[in-house]
Design a protein around this ligand. Structure first.
Ligand code: 4LM
Length: 401
């Protein structure tokens, strides 16, 4: 099934997430696409094999480059993000490294927003220089800072919005406008939103990256990533970044699990967003809480901007407790239903302490410079009954008084 039905009506998000690119009647009526557990693919003749390698004939060659079951997922993700093509990788970091190593060479520069997931930050801050790649962190919530910094040497402009962990919002259209006037490829990590809540390509991004480990998979049972964009750019990343530079191809089984996760993506994101909105309001009113970072709050300075580019405000909340780090630790230890763990986007509500966990790659002074404190607590609001979550979380906060 394509992006429209037989009556040429454009299909809704959930319908595309469930059906796009697969017709059960093509495979014996099997409701779910087959999973091809095959590392290699036979050629009908030696001529056919060499033609496939030369890109002169269609067809699969080797799983590291492509697999028919994975292609169903790739085509579906491309349509959901509004891109021409997608590539699914073995992790979010696999998607990021395959993209960077394809697009960057010695002497090139990447400009990244100052707040990034800890391992993306570390890749730039601690490792990129080994390959002669220069980086600068910019406060992209002030687009004029990017405008002043961008130069012909800039090959990539990279950001997350909302940013992990402090929920800063970046104006995608403003950054897209600046990148359009240069040769830089504008890349947005859309992990926190999924295409259901935000489609950066509509705002001028060239590539979208995901950790599919999170909401796209949705069940905390796999590791995967994705890159979505133009056919030309995705092909380059597949044939250079995956095939020859990283080998970070997703497994067939994990691709199948993501296809299963996508069937409920809309339902899950609706519920994550509704519960997070309620929790943010309840947290804001609690005496032990100093500040709540959630763009859905009317009091958030980012509320209007977020409403322009996000369809709902998502399931991630950050908060600062009045008692700082010690209060944060006591809060996490007092929780009962809520699980203390990194990662996000699962059915279970997860709580973690970025400074000692996901963002421990930042030095203490870097954390302040990059916009978050050692006291920040991050909550990935899950799918449990809201009243149970509220009782657990507010109850744990009450023990701090
Ligand atoms: C975490 N995050 O925050 P893989 N991009 C973003 C992320 O949050 C992550 C990745 C990429 C967390 C993992 C422990 C915005 C990861 C990297 O973990 O390589 O699939 O994604 O808790």
């Amino acid at each position: 099934m394509s992006a429209s039905n037989t009556r040429n009506q454009p299909l809704g998000f959930a319908t595309r997430a469930i059906h796009h690119g697969y017709d059960p009647l093509d495979y014996h009526g099997s409701l779910n696409p087959p999973v091809f557990f095959s590392s290699t693919f036979a050629f009908g003749s030696s001529d056919e094999g060499s033609a496939r390698f030369a890109g002169e004939a269609q067809g699969y060659v080797y799983h590291r480059v492509g697999n028919p079951g994975v292609s169903v997922l790739e085509n579906r993700l491309a349509v959901l993000e509004g891109g021409e093509a997608a590539l699914v990788t073995s992790s979010g970091m696999g998607a990021i490294t395959a993209t960077f190593w394809t697009l960057l060479g010695a002497g090139d520069e990447i400009l990244a927003d100052k707040t990034l997931y800890g391992c993306t930050f570390s890749l730039l801050q601690h490792h990129a220089q080994k390959f002669g790649i220069k980086h600068r962190f910019i406060d992209m919530s002030k687009p004029s800072e990017l405008e002043a910094a961008i130069s012909p040497r800039t090959k990539i402009v990279f950001c997350e919005t909302p940013a992990n962990p402090n929920m800063r919002i970046i104006d995608l259209a403003a950054i897209g406008d600046i990148c359009r006037k240069s040769d830089a490829v504008f890349i947005v990590d859309n992990t926190y939103c999924t295409p259901y809540l935000q489609r950066p390509l509509e705002f001028g991004a060239d590539l979208v990256i995901h950790s599919a480990t999170k909401y796209l998979g949705g069940h905390g049972d796999l590791l995967a990533g994705a890159v979505v964009g133009s056919q030309e750019m995705v092909d380059r990343i597949r044939f250079e970044g995956i095939k020859e530079l990283t080998g970070a191809m997703v497994s067939s089984f994990d691709a199948f699990l993501i296809l299963r996760g996508l069937k409920t993506l809309q339902l899950r994101m609706d519920r994550h967003s509704q519960s997070a909105q309620k929790l943010a309001v309840d947290l804001e009113g609690h005496g032990a809480v100093d500040e709540v970072f959630y763009p859905g709050l009317a009091s958030s300075p980012d509320h209007e901007l977020a409403a322009r580019q996000m369809d709902q405000f998502g399931g991630m909340i950050a908060l600062e407790l009045k008692g700082g780090l010690e209060a944060g630790r006591a809060f996490m230890d007092a929780l009962d239903i809520v699980t203390s763990a990194v990662s996000l986007g699962d059915a279970e509500t997860l709580v973690q302490h970025p400074a000692s966990m996901t963002h421990v790659t930042y030095a203490p002074e870097e954390r302040i410079k990059h916009g978050f404190t050692d006291g920040l607590i991050r909550i990935s609001v899950g799918l449990e009954d809201y009243e149970d979550l509220r009782t657990d979380i507010i109850g744990a906060l009450d023990t701090l008084a």
